[in-house]
Design a protein around this ligand. Structure first.
Ligand code: GLN
Length: 384
C-alpha cells in the first residue's frame, strides 16, 4: 500500500533477523536447517497432554499478570534446589512470554536514556537494538577471537559512571563457551559497590557439557542481589514455539520489570503455565538435558571429523562453531549462501552476531536436531 507517511525508523540500520533470513533461504533451497537453535523433534507427549487438559479444564483466559501462583512457587523451589537462592514467588518470580520478552521488559524497565550497557560480541542479535531503543548506548566488548572468553581487564576499562547494566549469557550463544568460577569472581569484583545491574541470559542453563557446573547468578548471593535472570521453557522442553519463559530478580528490580511486562503482553499463555507446573515436578527431564545434547554434540563432531572444517570446542548451548578459513577466503555470509545453494545445508555466519560485521571465517552449527538430520547435515558439509 502506498503511504505518504515517513516511517522515521528508530533502527535504520537493522534488517530482518538472521534467523528469519536464513530460515527462508533454507526453505527456498530445500536445505537441511542446522541454523536456528530450534529443535526439529517432538516434545514429551505428556507436556502436550498437559496443555490440552488445561485448555479443556477451562484455563483459556488471561493468566495473572505475573504468572499463576503454582508455577511461580514451583520455579522458586527449582531455583532454591539447584542454585541455593530463595526467590519470593510473590514478587521475585515472573512468568514471561518468551525469554525475548523478558530481555526486552528488563532492559526497557531498568535502562534510561544516556545509560551505557556493556555486552559481549559475538552476541545474540536482540541485545544491542533493545538498548538503543531506550536511548541508551550499547558498549560492545569483543570476546577473544582465539577462545571466545571474556577479557575482564577490558571490561574494567570500559566501565564508566554511566554503566547501568552488563548483559551476560552463559552458556553462550553463539560461541558455546560457558563461564567458569574465575569469570564469576571477576564479575563480582568489578560490580561490587556499584549500581550496575547484571542481566543474565541463562536460557541454556541445563545444557552445560562434560560435567561442568552452570554458573547461574543465583549461585552467588552477592551477584543474585544485582541480577535479573532470564530463562526459557522453550529451550529446556523442546517447545521454542510456545513462547514462554521466566524471569527472577530481587523485588525492587522485579517491581519495575513487571510494570513493562504488564503493558507489553500483560501475561504469558495460560494453558502452558498449568502444563509446566506438572512438568517441573519431574526434574529428571531438565536434569537429563545436558547428557541428551552432549550426545548430539558428539554425534555431529564425529560425523564431521573427515570434513575440512576446524571445529571449536562446544562447552554448552545448542551450538558449535566451525572454521572454514583454512580452506576458503570467502566472506562468511557468502560462504553460508554457497552452503545453502550447493550443499543444501543452512548455517549462520558468525558475522551476523557483531554490530560491525566482524568476519573471522566461522559459521555456527546448531545440533538441536534429530540424529538423522545431524548425520545427513554433516555428510553434506563433508562434501564442501
Ligand atoms: N535463539 C535461537 C538461535 O539463536 C533462535 C532465535 C530466534 O530465532 N529469534 O538460533
Amino acid at each position: 500500500m502506498q503511504s505518504a507517511l515517513q516511517a522515521r525508523s528508530k533502527l535504520p540500520d537493522v534488517g530482518t533477523t538472521i534467523f528469519t533470513v536464513i530460515g527462508q533461504l533454507a526453505a527456498e533451497h530445500d536445505a537441511l536447517n542446522l541454523s536456528q537453535g530450534a529443535p526439529n523433534f517432538a516434545p514429551d507427549p505428556k507436556l502436550i497432554d498437559g496443555v490440552a487438559r488445561a485448555m479443556r479444564d477451562g484455563h483459556n483466559q488471561y493468566a495473572p499478570m505475573a504468572g499463576i501462583d503454582t508455577l511461580r512457587e514451583a520455579l522458586a523451589q527449582k531455583m532454591e534446589t539447584l542454585y541455593g537462592t530463595r526467590y519470593d514467588p510473590a514478587d521475585e518470580v515472573t512468568v514471561i512470554a518468551s525469554a525475548s520478552e523478558g530481555l526486552y521488559s528488563t532492559i526497557s524497565a531498568l535502562v534510561h536514556p544516556g545509560d551505557e550497557v556493556i555486552y559481549f560480541e559475538p552476541s545474540f542479535d536482540s541485545y544491542a537494538p533493545i538498548v538503543r531503543l531506550q536511548g541508551a548506548t550499547p558498549v560492545a566488548i569483543k570476546l577473544s577471537l582465539d577462545d571466545f572468553r571474556v577479557d575482564w581487564d577490558e571490561v574494567a576499562a570500559k566501565i564508566t559512571p554511566k554503566t547501568r547494566m552488563i548483559i551476560i549469557n552463559t552458556p553462550h550463544n553463539p560461541t558455546a563457551t560457558v563461564f567458569d568460577a574465575a569469570d564469576v569472581e571477576r564479575l563480582k569484583a568489578l560490580t561490587r559497590n556499584t549500581d550496575i545491574v547484571i542481566l543474565a541470559d541463562e536460557v541454556y542453563e541445563h545444557v552445560v557439557f562434560d560435567g561442568a557446573q552452570h554458573q547461574s547468578m543465583a549461585r552467588y548471593r552477592e551477584l543474585a542481589e544485582r541480577s535479573v535472570i532470564v530463562s526459557s521453557f522453550g529451550k529446556s522442553y523442546h517447545v521454542t514455539g510456545w513462547r514462554i519463559g521466566y524471569c527472577l530478580a530481587p523485588a525492587a528490580l522485579m517491581n519495575e520489570i513487571r510494570k513493562v511486562h504488564q503493558f507489553m503482553v500483560f501475561s504469558a499463555d495460560t494453558p502452558m503455565q498449568y502444563a509446566f507446573v506438572e512438568a517441573l515436578a519431574q526434574p529428571e527431564s531438565y536434569l537429563g538435558l545436558a547428557a541428551f545434547y552432549q550426545k548430539k554434540r558428539d554425534l555431529l563432531a564425529h560425523a564431521l571429523r573427515e570434513s575440512r572444517f576446524e571445529l571449536l570446542p562446544s562447552e554448552g548451548s545448542f551450538f558449535m562453531l566451525a572454521r572454514f578459513r583454512g580452506f576458503s577466503d570467502e566472506r562468511d555470509s557468502d560462504f553460508v549462501l554457497r552452503l545453502i545453494r550447493d550443499a543444501q545445508v543452512a548455517t549462520i555466519p558468525l558475522s551476523a552476531f557483531y554490530a560491525d560485521g566482524t568476519d573471522s571465517g566461522l559459521i555456527r552449527l546448531s545440533f538441536s536436531k534429530d540424529d538423522a538430520t545431524l548425520i545427513e547435515g554433516a555428510r553434506r558439509l563433508c562434501s564442501i
